[in-house]
Design a protein. Structure first.
Length: 187
């Protein structure tokens, strides 16, 4: 396989957009001051959307892992230094771990703080733990630290992709971009 499959590419970019949206919403509503009923309503709405996006990331990350286990990934490009391959493997492992852990910790935090998670106002997810404010506080800090970690790791991931594209001039980035060319082999 020379490229990632169209499904892998779609999941990669959809999850990336959802993570960015969740981060923006999270930082915004955490900085909001409640000064009126309208600001309270906006904050509550943003929190709900943040949860919906987070649970969607969790579901899509599980789907992505299943798809990768079944389909694999393209072989590394020839001539890559061993340290770069190890670094890429570590970054991917951390990204997958955070795509699963961040939403789970957020869900745990909501449960511990006594706030239900209702996915798109359609499906109420079960509480993962009983109400426990102290635990909710610890989980909130953990969720925030993971947000900073994912920003750093996604930043490294993006910088590495850009380095491959503009400095090394190899096909690493192109293998994860949607193809517009006819006859482009995709697995």
């Amino acid at each position: 396989m020379q490229r990632y499959s169209p499904t892998q590419i779609a999941l990669h970019w959809l999850i990336a957009l959802l993570i960015i949206a969740a981060l923006i919403m999270g930082w915004y509503f955490n900085s909001m001051q409640i000064t009126s009923p309208a600001s309270f309503k906006l904050k509550a709405s943003l929190i709900a959307w943040h949860k919906w996006v987070g649970i969607s990331v969790l579901a899509l990350a599980v789907l992505r892992l299943i798809w990768r286990a079944r389909r694999g990934a393209p072989a590394p490009l020839p001539g890559q230094p061993a340290w770069q391959l190890k670094a890429a493997g570590l970054i991917h492992l951390l990204l997958y771990a955070l795509m699963l852990a961040m939403p789970l910790v957020g869900w745990l935090m909501s449960s511990a703080k006594g706030y239900p998670v209702v996915w798109f106002n359609l499906v109420q997810l079960p509480d993962l733990v009983e109400k426990n404010e102290a635990l909710g506080h610890v989980l909130g800090w953990s969720h925030a630290l993971m947000a900073y970690a994912i920003v750093a790791i996604v930043g490294l991931h993006a910088l590495a992709a850009l380095k491959h594209h503009f400095i090394d001039r190899d096909a690493t980035l192109a293998r994860m971009l949607p193809s517009c060319r006819k006859g482009d082999p995709q697995a």
